[in-house]
Design a protein around this ligand. Structure first.
Ligand SMILES: NC(=O)C1=CN([C@@H]2O[C@H](COP(=O)(O)OP(=O)(O)OC[C@H]3O[C@@H](n4cnc5c(N)ncnc54)[C@H](O)[C@@H]3O)[C@@H](O)[C@H]2O)C=CC1
Ligand SMILES: O=C(O)[C@@H]1CCC=N1
Length: 267
């Protein structure tokens, strides 16, 4: 039986543990979770998923894998606290935005580290994750890390520096899409539909479009042109997007998020 220890008990820790339990990668009994002080939150996770709450230090020594899942601003304090409790070779999986593997090994000592950027859709096995490893990760460990992320969605190996871009795109990506859906629902009700009808129509539209992009050999602009009749409704809609500088807005969104990821490394 494995011992998987989450340091941090927030949204992303919950998404991963939920995904792993659902996909039967780990049993709830194999998952341990701790945080800074919120015991109620630990009890909630215990009650909801059956995972263990950790209140004593013994488990740190026995952990097969430690997952860093606190906010980046809390990472240094958390790692300083963690270092004396861990054995020398325990592998670490970090989901911290912005924090470099070198920073992790500086504070936790040289050990195998996988730096991952998942997203909250791990909850339902649909994360899109980027991953990078340090040289301490052996081939079999690398395969295991990839399997862990594949169990909760798709995973792609990238250069560590590219994880800032992955964070800006797919790490934060679900929030952009939820924000888009909020806007569709707001305006949909203004043009005469109920919120529920808009949700149904646009959820299926997003899913269908994503599937088309996966299955079709056409590029997105070709698929877009197939929807856009000359003088038709789509053309009118896209002209409005251009008038409101849609492309500039998306470029600013991704660049700002990428830059923030880089700045998180500096605290
Ligand atoms: N929320 C998301 O969509 C994603 C988040 N991430 C990354 O995951 C990490 C966690 O994010 P969230 O779950 O959203 O944060 P959150 O704020 O929901 O949870 C953070 C948790 O860390 C705990 N914590 C803080 N200091 C600690 C310490 N010294 N020792 C132990 N636990 C401590 C807090 O008590 C809390 O349980 C962040 O580094 C973030 O960059 C990565 C991908 C997606
Ligand atoms: O907003 C954040 O900083 C984290 C990283 C990616 C998604 N949430």
């Amino acid at each position: 039986m494995k011992k998987i220890l989450f340091i941090g008990a927030g949204s992303m820790a919950e998404a991963l543990m939920q995904g792993w339990i659902k996909q039967k990668v780990f049993t709830p009994q194999e998952i341990y979770v701790t945080n800074r002080s919120d015991k109620e939150r630990l009890h909630f996770l215990h009650e909801t998923y059956g995972v263990h709450c950790v209140f004593d230090h013994a488990i740190f020594q026995q952990a097969d894998l430690v997952i860093l899942a606190m906010k980046p601003k809390d990472a240094i304090a958390a790692m300083c606290d963690l270092k004396p409790k861990l054995t020398a070779h325990t592998a670490v999986l970090s989901i911290l935005a912005g924090i470099a593997i070198d920073t992790i090994t500086e504070f936790l000592g040289s050990r195998p580290v996988a730096r991952v950027m998942p997203n909250t859709s791990a909850t339902i096995g649909m994360s899109a994750s980027g991953i990078a490893f340090n040289n301490e990760v052996a081939t079999d460990q690398r395969i295991l890390f990839l399997q862990l992320l594949e169990a909760v969605g798709s995973v792609i190996e990238v250069d560590e520096d590219q994880l800032h871009a992955v964070t800006a795109l797919s790490g934060s990506g679900p929030a952009y899409i939820y924000y888009l859906m909020e806007a569709f629902e707001r305006v949909g009700t203004k043009v005469g539909l109920s919120k529920d009808t808009v949700r149904l129509l646009m959820t299926q539209t997003l899913a269908g479009t994503a599937e088309m992009l996966k299955q079709s050999l056409d590029e997105p602009d070709v698929l877009r042109k197939k929807v856009t009749s000359p003088g038709g409704t789509t053309e009118a809609g896209i002209q409005a997007l251009e008038q409101y500088q849609f492309n500039e807005a998306i470029e600013a969104c991704i660049k700002e998020a990428e830059a923030r990821s880089r700045s998180l490394a500096n605290g």
